[in-house]
Write a protein that binds this ligand. Structure first.
Ligand code: NAD
Length: 437
């Protein structure tokens, strides 16, 4: 996530996970702190609140011994970071990744605090991770690691304390093992400890496409604001994974918009008359990529970003719209489904050029919102139909979008800065009422 700041003119993306700001290379957590500092300044935030929010409340480092299939013990490093719980229990995913770092986890935990606050769900922010490569491990090794992680952190999490979820290289099966391990340790079935579970174990209907559907609800509201008719609008989607493919299918089937381009890591495809996203997805399943789809023209990812479309949806990686290509972005709306697709400097260029950006932690908050619905259903032990989830998600996302939009129009600052201002002020208000400062 990036926060455009008035003096961020020397910000550029450097190596993965870090950014250079005014010639100083910042890691993800330092970047998150800089973003908070900017919002704090604009809000005239009390120094005590600012100081508390600059650091996570709790940072847990664990060593997880796992017996591998060869009979030997391997010890994995794991983390759980709880950034802030003023507004409710912490919420955040667990990543299994070989390049995991504590700084990334700390930054992501802080961003979860802001994401939950901007959509007004009663959670704080957290994140967890284990340094490992699940693609080189057998399923039973991953299961033992998942259970080992819970054995190490279970006293620090819980339905009213901190609720994990899937993230990079963790999935509903991992969540099921973790929920089972936690339930054994507690001596009772505890589905509300974790979200993103399979439906058979208290998972929520509508979770699979929640991030894309939530993003679509914000696009619909942005289009109304800008008088764009979505039924005739053209859309380019970067990324054809969970988020990008579902977004393409939903915006095409619900709003009637034309998908003129879509890409994956191998490249993109373009057809000015429109692509059928379901058929493109089928082609990707069969061939491993969207490229060479019949009746389309192969294009590069960079060409896709610069297409003359109404809506551009970066739904792949961070740092895709940079100072190099920002001035060439021709879309009227950039809907940031991915985390951090726009660098701070590019953000300023887009703003100056009148491109309407729906900032990432608002645009892609549909996933955590349905995770919240999952937790509510687990706590009630009563489950909603998928249609009801969609309606509730629409209400939450549209309301959050309009809160940010009206504040942005009032303050005459861009949507991203305002999203931070809304989020930070909500957390600060809760801290004050609780008497923390
Ligand atoms: P995914 O792994 O399912 O898909 C990623 C897609 O990006 C793949 O199609 C991959 O081929 C493509 N890709 C990789 N490198 C690329 C490149 N250089 N150029 C173009 N495309 C490239 O991931 P996902 O779950 O769809 O997540 C996508 C983004 O959305 C990430 O930034 C993620 O953090 C963010 N996000 C996801 C969720 C969620 O619920 N899945 C929630 C919030 C945010």
């Amino acid at each position: 996530m990036s926060l455009s700041k008035p003096n961020a003119s020397a910000a550029t993306a450097t190596k993965k996970g870090s950014i250079s700001l005014n010639n100083k290379e910042l890691n993800s957590f330092e970047m998150a702190q800089t973003q908070l500092d900017t919002a704090a300044k604009m809000l005239h935030l009390e120094p005590g609140i600012h100081a508390i929010l600059r650091e996570p409340m709790r940072e847990l480092h664990v060593s997880i011994p796992v017996r591998m299939d060869n009979g030997k013990i391997k010890v994995f490093k794991g983390f759980r970071v709880q950034h802030n719980n003023a507004r409710g229990p912490c919420k955040g995913g667990i990543r299994f990744h070989p390049d995991e770092t504590i700084d990334t986890i700390k930054a992501l935990a802080a961003w979860m605090t802001w994401k939950c606050a901007v959509v007004d769900i009663p959670f704080g922010g957290s994140k967890g991770g284990v340094i490992c490569n699940p693609r080189e491990m057998s399923s039973s090794e991953v299961e033992r690691l998942s259970r080992g992680y819970i054995d190490a952190v279970w006293e620090f999490i819980g339905p009213d304390v901190d609720i994990p979820a899937p993230d990079v290289y963790t999935n509903s099966q991992v969540m099921a093992w973790m929920m089972d391990e936690y339930s054994k340790l507690k001596g009772c079935y505890s589905p509300a400890v974790i979200t993103g579970k399979p439906l058979a174990l208290g998972g929520s209907a509508g979770r699979n496409d929640a991030t894309s559907r939530g993003g679509l609800f914000t696009i619909i509201e942005a289009a109304k604001h800008l008088n764009i008719d979505l039924s005739t609008a053209t859309v380019a989607v970067q990324g054809c994974g969970n988020v990008g493919s579902n977004l393409a299918i939903l915006i095409n089937s619900i709003s009637g918009s034309k998908i003129v381009a879509i890409s994956d890591s191998k490249g993109g495809i373009y057809n000015e008359h429109g692509l059928d996203p379901n058929k493109v997805l089928q082609h990707k399943v069969e061939t491993g990529s969207v490229i060479n789809y019949l009746g389309s023209e192969n294009i590069s990812n960079n060409e896709l970003l610069q297409l003359d479309v109404d809506i551009l949806c970066p739904a792949a990686l961070e740092n895709q719209i940079t100072q190099v290509n920002a001035s060439k972005i021709r879309a009227r709306i950039v809907a940031e489904l991915a985390n951090g697709p726009t660098t701070p400097e590019a953000d300023e260029v887009l703003h100056d050029n009148g491109v309407f950006v729906i900032p990432d932690f608002l645009c892609n908050a549909g996933g955590v919102t349905v995770s919240y619905f999952e937790w509510v259903q687990n706590t009630y032990n009563y489950y909603w139909e998928e249609q009801e989830i969609h309606q509730k998600l629409n209400k939450k996302m549209s309301k959050a979008f309009h809160n940010v939009l009206s504040e942005s129009l009032k303050r005459k600052v861009n949507m991203r800065i305002v999203a931070y201002i809304v989020a930070v002020s909500r957390v600060a208000e809760a801290m004050k009422w609780r008497g923390w400062v």
